[in-house]
Design a protein around this ligand. Structure first.
Ligand code: SF4
Ligand code: SF4
Length: 190
């Protein structure tokens, strides 16, 4: 899954409290927005997939910084709460010693194989999420999937549209990106 913006500034307990209030309000309204707009936005992605505009990947690179001006992962952490990253063997070998565990002990405690034979979390929210601050407790050594999520500028975006279609329901950054694509590609003359 996740996030370049989930850096680790130290925040006070009071700020953390405010952040949690803000987060609840944001996620609640986000869920409502998704219910209203997801069909339209998924259609936008289908149109892009069927007839990719020229320079699609360059366009995504242009849009991404605008998305991160609007969306703060620290006021969200929805992906860490409702989704699971996949853990590669390299991830497991890197993270397990941090807890004084062998890879097998780590897998037995935290992970389960999914239908694609990938290692994923047994529980949600992720066991490494600090629910008070929305910070990742293993940020420096988090799974590669987390560090890249939500992969807004993944190479060959057209091959990744099916993932954006899923993520749009959970990730405000993906949602914002697709809104911007809609504005730029299909609504600009309205
Ligand atoms: S490892 Fe960290 S970044 Fe990845 S899902 Fe868990 S809390 Fe989130
Ligand atoms: S769901 Fe998206 S916006 Fe929210 S924390 Fe994850 S990457 Fe950031």
């Amino acid at each position: 899954m996740i996030y370049s913006t989930k850096l680790a500034p130290q925040i006070s307990d009071y700020s953390s409290y405010l952040l949690n209030i803000m987060e609840q309000i944001n996620l609640k309204s986000f869920k409502k927005k998704v219910e209203i707009n997801k069909r339209r936005l998924k259609l936008v992605l289908t149109k892009i997939e069927k007839k990719p505009p020229r320079h699609l990947d360059q366009l995504a690179e242009k849009i991404e910084p605008e998305v991160w001006k609007e969306v703060s992962c620290l006021s969200c952490a929805n992906c860490c709460k409702v989704m699971t990253p996949t853990f590669t063997n390299e991830d497991i070998k890197r993270i397990a010693p941090h807890f004084g565990q062998t890879p097998k002990e780590f897998r037995d405690q935290w992970l389960v194989k999914d239908n694609n034979d990938d290692w994923t979390n047994k529980i949600n929210p992720c066991q490494f999420l600090d629910l008070k601050t929305n910070m990742c407790k293993i940020y420096e050594i988090r799974p590669a999937d987390c560090s890249g999520f939500p992969h807004l500028t993944k190479k060959k975006m057209v091959d990744y549209i099916h993932v954006h279609k899923q993520n749009i329901e959970y990730c405000p950054a993906t949602y914002a990106m697709v809104e911007k694509f809609d504005q730029l590609l299909f609504k600009k003359d309205n």
